[in-house]
Design a protein around this ligand. Structure first.
Ligand SMILES: [Zn+2]
Length: 411
């Protein structure tokens, strides 16, 4: 038995301009989450350029309220910064939004180092946490241009355009921002050994830094960029999949308790017609992969059943620590009197196989096709009521918005 799992990194109903629209909206995405034992998700609300944080919050509520099958909350993405946005942080607190995200990557999203510093200070003062997408966007732009100039236009150029140094540089810079601000920072979807080494060094100096990684960086590697045809487009996400040494370092980091949370970065684009937009140019492939449904069973199979981590560690990574870092503990992330009765009953003996044909995710592929699994989410209670029975979802649209409080830091 586990407390309901929490995925603090989803992108449902993300529209990057038709047809660059994610396959999973709030209905299918949260149903898939629930089927896999995830009872709470935190998605990233993102204001339009120059718009208020409140406007983004309204938009995300309009998409999720009454639709979501699991409980949900929102992080807020900061794209630019000014006194009006700063003044909105108090409103966000009252609305239960206590976590934020900035990007060091993507031309239309990334913030300056000075803006990042101001955001971490302003959020830190209120007891919240800021996460960062740590890739150096300027070097990525240069890397893509270099690959194209060399005539490398297929998906195998994707990882070459953004190698480990691009992440490591941004991790180092983000840690410097946190150090100067004097508040804890979070690193989302860490993918490299070098990035983890930098975190370790910062912690040895006494800095509080939190780390998320994702199942894809633990279970899939960069050999997926050399598949025949256009298959490799299914694995185009950022940061890209890495090599075996990085995978080994991340597993060691999990075992040692150096990694704090595992989110999916679920961002599902259909292969047909959408990923395929990049057939002639890898940089036009919409970035992202699905995973919200399969994270718990993947971690159980490759982590617990394989003897790498204990079931207790899995519970901390998927439930307790995300609840603490994002202001939901002990209401979420614990099996205790007074906590919400979001409960997963797990059958450790079940053996299965992940296929797109059998998934609840509304996307036309899974990056884990054919992956043989150990264990299964047998029963899920959502707020004490049956939501999954015998592996089948039995209730929909019962998710409620989670008003969050400041972080509960343990580093
Ligand atoms: Zn993401």
């Amino acid at each position: 038995m586990f407390p309901g799992f929490i995925d603090t990194h989803t992108h449902f109903e993300m529209n990057k301009g038709t047809p660059r629209q994610t396959a999973d909206g709030w209905a299918s995405g949260t149903l898939a989450a629930l089927a896999g034992g995830t009872t709470t998700v935190l998605d990233f609300a993102e204001p339009e350029w120059g718009a208020s944080l409140a406007s983004a919050l309204d938009t995300w509520h309009s998409r999720a309220d009454g639709v979501s099958s699991c409980h949900y909350g929102f992080h807020m993405t900061i794209k630019n910064w000014n006194s009006n946005l700063r003044a909105e942080l108090a409103d966000m607190d009252r609305a239960g939004v206590t976590s934020y995200k900035v990007y060091f990557a993507y031309d239309n999203l990334r913030v300056s180092d000075g803006t990042a510093l101001e955001v971490v200070r302003a959020v830190g003062e209120r007891g919240g946490i800021v996460g960062c997408h740590c890739e150096n966007g300027d070097l990525v732009t240069a890397g893509i241009a270099a690959q194209k100039a060399a005539g490398n236009l297929d998906p195998s150029a994707h990882p070459l355009s953004r190698p480990a140094a691009v992440e490591a540089e941004a991790v180092n810079r983000w840690l410097a921002v946190g150090e100067l601000a004097g508040y804890p920072v979070n690193i989302v979807h860490l993918s490299t050994r070098r990035g983890l080494e930098l975190v370790r060094m910062a912690r040895e100096r006494g800095q509080a830094a939190y780390v998320e990684t994702c199942p894809q960086y633990l279970l899939l590697d960069d050999s997926r960029y050399n598949l025949p045809g256009f298959e490799s487009a299914k694995f185009v996400l950022s940061p890209p999949l890495r090599g075996e040494a990085d995978q080994a370092a991340l597993w060691a980091g999990l075992e040692a308790g150096e990694i704090d949370t595992i989110g999916t970065d679920h961002c599902s684009f259909h292969f047909r017609g959408v990923k395929e937009l990049g057939r002639e140019d890898f940089s036009q492939i919409p970035n992202g992969i699905p995973g919200v449904e399969h994270r718990p069973v993947l971690l159980y199979t490759a982590g617990v059943a394989a003897g790498r981590i204990t079931a207790h560690q899995m519970m901390k990574l998927l439930a307790e620590q995300p609840a603490k870092l994002f202001g939901m503990y002990p209401r979420k992330g614990a099996l205790a009197v007074g906590s919400d009765a979001d409960i997963v009953i797990f059958d450790p003996e079940y053996t299965g196989c992940i296929t797109a044909a059998a998934q609840h995710q509304a996307v036309d592929y899974t990056p884990y096709e054919g992956f043989e699994t150990k264990g299964r989410v047998e029963t899920v209670l959502l707020s004490g009521e049956p939501a999954v029975e015998g592996g089948r979802v039995v209730s929909q649209g019962r998710g409620r918005y989670i008003r969050r409080v400041p972080s509960q830091f343990w580093r």
